[in-house]
Write a protein that binds this ligand. Structure first.
Ligand SMILES: [Zn+2]
Length: 73
């Protein structure tokens, strides 16, 4: 139940940020261990944090917020 709640609140913030940025470019998914915005490699530790929704992880290269792909539907 807890995990579900975290996902819902993350999704809300995600949607809010998306609407604030016309193309939704502030948030990108992680694809093949890389940032989908600038295609730089994400460190394994960051990937873990992203998967566990511990906090909002920013790409150190382009500054976008990184999220797990499964939310991006
Ligand atoms: Zn990036």
């Amino acid at each position: 139940m807890q995990e579900k709640n975290i996902n819902i609140s993350l999704l809300k913030i995600y949607n809010k940020l998306r609407s604030n940025h016309k193309n939704g470019l502030a948030i990108v998914t992680v694809d093949r261990e890389s940032c989908n915005g600038c295609f730089n490699k994400i460190t394994p530790q960051k990937q873990l944090d992203i998967k566990q929704y511990k906090q909002y992880i920013f790409c150190e290269h382009c500054g976008r917020i990184l999220i797990d792909c499964q939310i991006d539907k």
